[in-house]
Design a protein around this ligand. Sequence first.
Ligand SMILES: Nc1ncnc2c1ncn2[C@@H]1O[C@H](COP(=O)(O)OP(=O)(O)OP(=O)(O)O)[C@@H](O)[C@H]1O
Length: 467
Amino acid sequence: MKAKICLVEDDLDLLEALTATLDVEGIDYIAFDSAAEALTILERVPVDLVVSDINMPNMDGFQFLAAVRKQHPGLPVMLMTAYGQISQAVSALQNGAADYLVKPFNATHFIEAIGRYTNKSTPAVVNGPIAADAASKRTFELAARVAKTDSTVLISGESGTGKEVLARYIHEQSPRKSGPFVAINCAAIPENMLEAILFGYEKGAFTGAMNSMPGKFEQAEGGTLLLDEITEMDLGLQSKLLRVLQEREVERLGSRKTIKLDVRVVATTNRDLKKSVAAGSFREDLFYRLSVFPVHWLPLRERRGDILPLAKHLLGMHSSKMKLNGVQFSEAARSALQAYNWPGNIREMDNIIQRALIMQQNGLISSADLCLDSMTSSFVSDDHTVAELDDNAGYEDNFDETRGEGPDLGQEVRQREYQVILETLRNESGRRNRVAEKLGISPRTLRYKIAKMRESGIDIDACLAAG
Ligand SMILES: Nc1ncnc2c1ncn2[C@@H]1O[C@H](COP(=O)(O)OP(=O)(O)OP(=O)(O)O)[C@@H](O)[C@H]1O
C-alpha cells in the first residue's frame, strides 16, 4: 500500500517546495493551506501521516492536532515549528504529536522524518537501538533470534522501557523486514472504534462509515502488526482477536468476505498479564496464543549501564532536531543522570533531556537543568497554589501586557527569561508576589509566564525542589 501524507502549511512557497519534494520521491499526498479544510477532507480520504505547520491563522497546528486526535485516533501527526520556538516542539509532543520538525529543514531531513512513520523498512531509532548494559544486549540477542521465526511475541515491561523499539527491532531483523510494520496502540483508541480499526470495515457498516477501510491487519500484510498495550482490549474483542490469530484470516465489519492474512503479531503490555488472566480481565487462551515467545524488558534502573549511553544518544538526537548542536552534559549532570531511579524509564529521560535543552546555558546542561530531584508537586508557594497556576485558560486571549512577546522572541531570550524567573522563584522561596515585585512585572504577568513555562514542558515544582 502506498503511503499517503496529509500536508498542511499556510506558507504557500513552503507548501509548494514540500509537495515538490514529495513528488520527486513518489510519495502520495494531499496538501492544504488551511487546517479546517484538511480536517474536512480527512473525513473522506484515509492517510498514513499528517504533517502540519503550527502557526496558522484561524485553526492553528495545536487545535488541528487536537481535532485529528479526536476524529482519527491513532493517526500520527508531525508538527512543523519555526527555529527559535523549541518550547513549541516540546508542547507538540506533550499534546500528542508523534514528532516535530524544526524549520528550516532540507529535503532529505523531511523525507527521513516522514519515512519513520510511513516507510515500512525504516528503523524507529536512527543507527539502531542502544544496548550497552549486558542485560539489554541479551534481550536484543534473544529478540534477533526470535525474529527469524514467525512466532508471535509478547513483550512485557514498565511503561517507557522501549517495548515498541524492541518490536520494531524484531521486525527489522525478520525475513519480513521489507514488508510493512504497522503499530496500533489499543489504549489510545476508543473502545467502540478499536474493532473497526483493527479489522477494517465496509461502507455503511456503521453510522459514519462513509467509505470502506482496510483494517490494521490487512495493512500489515506481509509484515508485522504491533498490538501495543493489548491488555486494554475488552473481553469481547479479545475473543475476536483470538479467532483471527487462529484462523489467520479476517472479515471486515459489514462484510462476509474472508481475507487471508500473512501477518506476524507482536503484542506489548505494561501489566503482569498472568495477573490479568487470574483477575478475569484477560482471556487465558489469548494469553497462551500471544505468549508463544515472551520477552521481558527490565526497567532502566535495573540496567544502569544503558543510562549514560541512552542520555548521550537522546541529547544528540534532540539537539540536532532543535538545531542546538554541541550541547553537552556537565560532569555533575552525568552523575545525577546515573544516580536517578528513572520511574518513567527512557520516555522520562527523553522528556527530561528535551526540557534540559530549553533550560541550558552556553551549551552545557547542568544538574539543575535536569530538574531530577522531585517529580511531585510538593512545592506550593505561600501566596498561590499550584492549582491556580493551572487555571490559566484564556489568559492569552485577554491579556495585553505580554502581547507581541510570544512567538517572535528569540529562543535564547526566552530561555534566559525562564531561567531568571526560576532563579527568582528559588531566591524568594516561591513567594510569587515578591518575585513579581523583584522582576518589575505584575503578579498576573508572572502567572501568565509561569503558565507558559509549564505549557512548554517545564516542571516548575520539580525545578524548584531541585534548586
Ligand atoms: N534502546 C533504545 N535506544 C534508543 N532509544 C530508545 C531505546 N529504548 C527506548 N527508546 C526511546 O524511548 C522512548 C520510549 O520507547 P518505547 O515507546 O519503545 O517504550 P514503550 O515501552 O513502548 O512505552 P509505553 O509503554 O509507554 O508505550 C522512545 O522515544 C524510544 O525511541
